[in-house]
Design a protein around this ligand. Structure first.
Ligand code: NAD
Ligand code: ZN
Length: 381
């Protein structure tokens, strides 16, 4: 089968690899029709991880079930399914509590809880930027989609990751109706946090970034764009919240945070959030922070410490929640919002490409080239 394969820093190829296949009785085999490139793929693409060359990338996957193992009885051949990016077993202590991002079984490394498709350190699973995907624990991991999803795959595929992850940011930040929310990052994840905040009837949603095209998408759903290459974002948020700060904050950037000039500062968004959020407010961090980044320009973070302004955070009595999204905790309800037309997450999609054009998609998305907000691949035409 053809698949997008990691070949080394800033290089992916579309190669012929052995077909994905059923390996255990609980597996399903899915013919992928829609799969996305995610900001999380860029950690590997940029060579910031120790992902081995030859691994197939892709964790935001949707397709048709073409074969099931003999222990699979809920999911049927022919079902259209969307898989959470988390691979989880469904029966360990964490999965039982809904904490599927921290499954104790799916990752064979006993020191790591949680697994995902096509990811460094997250288990041996290949990704779905390919013609076929092996889905472990298929009865648990496949979300069966309604028939109308066939025609609206770019909406439903967002259930694999970024819509639930944006929602998770607002859950971690405890956003409630009427509140004000400050979101840092207008990438696909930040835009989904903005969408989620509006769905939760936030009164004002601020979105900070410096890419006009991405800020425009935030504005389209009623958020207030703040271009931090033109204005100081903390002051802009203070000015529009009667000097209080936003009630809630969402971090949707991660350790690759940089200033508008392009210099990396892994603590920049955390510090801006502590300053932008009011006393006793709360912050949800879904942007990824890896345990250490040997390539970071910040000497502390090189060794694994993000030195954010903890003193001010404590003094303001704020709270923080963070981590990978437990996609299964939200995907069924968010599917209903898509189905009823209350949410149309495909508004972030800028490009739909055949698998063969994945290398160009990666390159443009990684550069955040104007207009390249979310790239969707169709491996089977
Ligand atoms: P992205 O890289 O496209 O978006 C990040 C955006 O942040 C960019 O538009 C960039 O201009 C902006 N940015 C950079 N520095 C900034 C700063 N100092 N202030 C404000 N904005 C700044 O990526 P994405 O796909 O939107 O993903 C965002 C983050 O979420 C990544 O770290 C990704 O790995 C992570 N993620 C986490 C989960 C999870 O489960 N927690 C799931 C998916 C993605
Ligand atoms: Zn993703």
């Amino acid at each position: 089968m053809r698949a997008v394969v990691y070949e080394g820093p800033r290089t992916v190829g579309v190669e012929e690899v052995p077909d994905a296949r059923i390996e255990r009785p609980t597996d399903a085999l899915v013919r992928i029709t829609t799969t996305n490139i995610c900001g999380s793929d860029l950690h590997m693409y940029e060579g910031r991880t120790d992902l081995e060359t030859g691994r197939v990338l892709g964790h935001e996957n949707l397709g048709e079930v073409v074969e099931v193992g003999e222990a699979v009885d809920r999911v049927k051949v022919g079902d259209l399914v969307c898989m959470p990016f988390n691979v989880s077993c469904g029966f360990c202590e964490n999965c039982e509590k809904g904490l599927t991002a921290f499954c104790l079984i799916a990752n064979p490394d006993p020191n790591i809880a949680g697994a995902a498709y096509g990811f460094a350190d997250m288990g041996p699973y290949n990704g779905g930027q390919a013609e076929l995907l092996r889905v472990p624990y298929a009865d648990f991991n496949c979300l069966i989609l309604p028939p109308e999803a066939e025609e609206r795959q770019t909406d439903y595929v967002m259930l694999a990751d970024i819509f639930p992850t944006g929602w998770h940011a607002t859950e971690l930040a405890r956003v409630r109706a009427g509140e004000t929310v400050a979101i840092y990052g207008a990438g696909p994840v930040g835009l989904m946090a903005a969408l989620s905040s509006t769905l939760k009837s936030a009164s004002k949603v601020f979105v900070v970034d410096r890419h006009p095209d991405r800020l425009k998408l935030a504005e389209e759903i009623g958020a207030i764009p703040i271009d931090d290459s033109k204005v100081a974002p903390v002051e802009a948020i203070m000015d529009q919240t009667e000097g209080m700060g936003a009630d809630r904050g969402c971090e949707c950037v991660g350790y690759q945070a940089h200033d508008p000039e392009g210099h990396e500062h892994p603590n920049m968004t955390l510090n801006n959030l502590v300053r932008s959020v009011r006393f006793a407010g709360s912050i949800g961090v879904v942007g990824v922070y890896v345990p250490q980044d040997p390539k970071s320009p910040d000497p502390l973070y090189k060794e694994g410490e993000v030195a954010f302004d903890y003193g001010l955070f404590w003094f303001k009595g704020q709270s923080i929640g963070n981590g990978q999204c437990n996609v299964k905790a939200y995907n069924r309800e968010l599917m209903r919002l898509i189905r009823t037309g209350r949410a149309r997450p495909s508004w972030v999609v800028s490009h739909e490409l055949p698998l063969g054009e994945a290398p160009e998609g990666y390159e443009h998305f990684d550069h955040r080239d104007p207009g390249w907000t979310k790239v969707v691949l169709h491996p089977n035409g």
